[in-house]
Design a protein around this ligand. Structure first.
Ligand code: SF4
Length: 239
C-alpha cells in the first residue's frame, strides 16, 4: 500500500506523521495557557534523578506505572553498581532485580533495563542513540520514554511526553477532545504548541497535575489557572 504523503508546516518537516490542523484561536489560547503555567512553575523540570543519558533512560523505563519518588529512592544504589551500559550488559537481569525490587513490575523491568543497556553497549558503542527511530528499537522503550530521553538528555523535541497527568489535564483544559487517544493527544499538542516548548509543556502540565489537579480531589475553583482554563474549575462539569 502506498505511504500517505506527509506535509507538515515549516519547521516540522522531519515529523514522520501528519499533524492535525488546528485553528489559530486554539493556538493562541494554548500559548496563553503555556505562559500562565510557565509563570506559575518556573522551576518545572524532569523529576527523575539522573546524571547521564543512559541513567535517564534506565530511570524512565523503571518509572512505568511507578512514582518518580519511588524510582529516585532505588536508582542511587543501582547507578553506583552499574555505572555504564556495559556494566548492565555484563550481568543477567536477575542480578539487577535486587536493586529495583521496591518498584512495581521489577522482574519485567530488570529484563527491559538489561536488554536496553545491552543493545546500547553492543549496537550503539555505549552511547544512548539520539533518534526516535533508534530509541524505539530498545526493549521497554515506547514513544513516551523516547520523548523523555530525547527532550531532557539531548534537548531534541520530536514529540510530547503524554503521561497520565498530561492526558488528564489536556482534556480538562479543553486542548484535546475528551475521547482522544494518547496518540491523538500527543499529535494535537504538537500542533498547538511551538516545537521548542514541547518538552517543557509536559513538565508544566505534570507539575500542575501533581500539585493542584490530583487525580482525586483537585483544588478546583481555588486556582486561577484552573478557573480560567478548566471547564471543571469553572463549575461546568464535575471531577
Ligand atoms: S479545575 Fe480541578 S479538574 Fe480542572 S485542572 Fe484544576 S484541579 Fe484539575
Amino acid at each position: 500500500m502506498a505511504q500517505a504523503k506527509v506535509s507538515n508546516p515549516r519547521g516540522l518537516g522531519d515529523i514522520p506523521f501528519q499533524l492535525p490542523e488546528v485553528a489559530d484561536t486554539d493556538k493562541r489560547r494554548a500559548r496563553r495557557l503555556y505562559k500562565s503555567l510557565a509563570e506559575r512553575y518556573p522551576e518545572a523540570h524532569c523529576e527523575l534523578n539522573y546524571g547521564s543519558a543512559h541513567e535517564l533512560l534506565v530511570a524512565t523505563i523503571l518509572s512505568a506505572q511507578a512514582t518518580d519518588v519511588g524510582v529516585n529512592k532505588a536508582t542511587p544504589a543501582l547507578f553506583k553498581a552499574f555505572p555504564t551500559p556495559a556494566d548492565y550488559a555484563a550481568v543477567t537481569p536477575t542480578d539487577i532485580e535486587p536493586y529495583i525490587k521496591t518498584i512495581g513490575l521489577f522482574r519485567n523491568k530488570a529484563k527491559s533495563v538489561h536488554a536496553a543497556m545491552t543493545t546500547v553497549a553492543d549496537e550503539f558503542d555505549g552511547e544512548v542513540p539520539q533518534t526516535m527511530e533508534d530509541l524505539l528499537t530498545l526493549r521497554g522503550v515506547a514513544r513516551k520514554t523516547a520523548n523523555v530521553v530525547l527532550g531532557n538528555a539531548f534537548g531534541i523535541n520530536m514529540g510530547v511526553v503524554v503521561d497520565t497527568h498530561v492526558e488528564r489535564l489536556s482534556k480538562r483544559f479543553g486542548l484535546v477532545p475528551d475521547d482522544a487517544t494518547v496518540q491523538q493527544v500527543e499529535r494535537r499538542l504538537m500542533a498547538l504548541f511551538p516545537r521548542d516548548k514541547w518538552c517543557m509543556l509536559s513538565h508544566l502540565l505534570i507539575f500542575h497535575g501533581r500539585r493542584v489537579c490530583k487525580a482525586r480531589g483537585g483544588l478546583c475553583r481555588e486556582d486561577s489557572i484552573c478557573r480560567r482554563y478548566c471547564r471543571v474549575g469553572k463549575g461546568e462539569a464535575d471531577t
